[in-house]
Every structure is written in structure tokens, then in C-alpha cells.
Design a protein around this ligand. Structure first.
Ligand SMILES: [Zn+2]
Length: 245
């Protein structure tokens, strides 16, 4: 082997090792239940915040599911990334928003509830209570663009549910929008608390910042997925997490 090639090979191997997760974990939340759903954890070698990315709170919002699935396989320098690609797996497999009742109004949920959506919310809340992420990003989609809704509601909006606005919101949006040349793609922040939603309930129970990210369904699926990825990357950078993908 030529010396230069050998040096390059060693460098490549060392780089790959540096990018690997220190600890990888996958499993099932509510294991054994009909509504069980998978989770994935990558823990970087260096310390850092715990961050949760989730998709599929609404089963027909495909871009968020696909973007979350993408983050299952990224590698971190530091911190911990938890991914739940399909929060309501049953609804996502059927391609419907929800099956019985609005899932995103059921949190924290009840173990003995009639509808599985509430029992699933209960299991997810227990899981979040064990992991206590500092940041939760829930990926959604909207049929209306914010420009048609007073520039406050709909797609291309990041919703938050506590006042004052969480510390990392403004900085993250600046980072995200810096990568989006067209102003209609830009994200704006809107205060809009929702009773029983993951963001509000988990923040109240466990602390941490939580956001609902809405992309506009008028853009092609691939672009919506890319927009969700931009948002997640912007928040990770804002939180000081080194992401390599
Ligand atoms: Zn949604």
C-alpha cells in the first residue's frame, strides 16, 4: 500500500469512528400493545443536551414521518438524539389523521382509557418522563400557508405554547431561515397553546422547550421533508449539538 493512500485510509477510518454514536439504542414504546411504536436513540461521545424529534402525531402528515425517519440514522458528536418516527403508528399505517379521537388532544393520557389514542399518549408521556429531553420537536403539516392566514397560522409556522417564548426559538429561526432563499419558505413563530398537546403537556410536566413545526402541504413532498430537516438541523445547531450525516 502506498504511504499516501495508507494515511488517507487511516484518516477516513478515524473520521468514521469519530462520527459513530457512542451508544445506539432502539426499542418499542408500549411494547406488546397493538399501538406499540418504535424509538431510536443515538448518544454522541461528548456530553450535550437530550433532544427528541417525532413525526406522525397525525398519521397523514407524511413529510414529518419521513424527516423523522431520516434522523434515525444520523450520527452525533455530542448530546443525545431520540427519534420517534411514527407517534401514532396505527394512524400512519392507515394514512389517516387519527382513528378514533384527536390524538394531539389526549396528552398526558390515561392507562385505562377507552380509546387507544389516550392509552398511547399515556405510554409516550411515561417514556418522555424517563428521558426528559431539553428540546422536543414535533413535525406536522398544514393545508394552508401562513400567508393566507394572517402570517401567523398554517404552514411554515413554528408553534410554541408558553410565555415568555422559549430561549432558543429566535436563534433557531434565524439559523433555519438563513438557509431558505425564498421568503415564503421562511418559518415564523406563533404563540398558540393547545390543551392536551404533546408540547404543552410535556413542557409542563418535565420542563424543556417544545415546538410543533408545520410545513405547508402545497410544496412537493420532497421539499416538505427537506424543510423539516432544515428546522431540525437549525435547532440542533442552536442547542450546540454537532450533527454529522
Ligand atoms: Zn399535525
Amino acid at each position: 500500500m502506498k504511504p499516501l493512500f495508507r494515511v488517507c485510509l487511516v484518516f477516513l477510518l478515524a473520521t468514521n469512528l469519530a462520527l459513530a454514536c457512542d451508544k445506539l439504542e432502539s426499542g418499542l414504546i408500549a411494547k406488546g400493545e397493538p399501538f406499540q411504536t418504535e424509538f431510536h436513540v443515538c448518544k454522541g461521545k461528548a456530553p450535550g443536551p437530550v433532544i427528541l424529534v417525532n413525526g406522525g402525531i397525525h398519521g397523514d402528515e407524511v413529510a414529518g414521518i419521513k424527516a423523522a425517519e431520516y434522523f434515525r440514522s444520523v450520527r452525533l458528536h455530542n448530546g443525545t438524539l431520540i427519534v420517534i418516527p411514527r407517534m401514532n403508528r396505527i394512524a400512519s399505517e392507515k394514512g389517516v389523521r387519527f382513528e378514533n379521537i384527536e390524538f394531539n388532544h389526549q396528552f398526558p393520557g390515561r392507562a385505562d382509557a377507552k380509546f387507544y389514542e389516550s392509552r398511547l399518549a399515556h405510554a409516550l408521556t411515561r417514556f418522555i418522563g424517563e428521558r426528559k429531553p431539553a428540546l422536543i420537536l414535533s413535525l406536522h403539516e398544514s393545508h394552508l400557508h401562513r400567508l393566507k392566514k394572517g402570517n401567523k397560522f398554517g404552514g411554515q409556522v413554528i408553534y410554541y405554547g408558553v410565555k415568555p417564548a422559549p430561549a432558543n426559538l429566535t436563534g433557531a429561526i434565524r439559523r433555519i431561515n438563513a438557509h431558505l432563499p425564498e421568503p415564503d419558505r421562511h418559518f415564523v413563530a406563533t404563540y398558540y397553546p393547545v390543551n392536551g398537546a404533546t408540547s404543552e403537556v410535556w413542557t409542563a410536566l418535565f420542563g424543556g422547550e417544545a415546538y410543533a413545526i408545520e410545513t405547508w402541504r402545497g410544496y412537493a413532498l420532497e421539499e416538505r421533508i427537506a424543510l423539516h430537516k432544515d428546522v431540525v438541523r437549525g435547532f440542533l445547531q442552536q442547542m450546540g449539538m454537532g450533527l454529522m450525516d
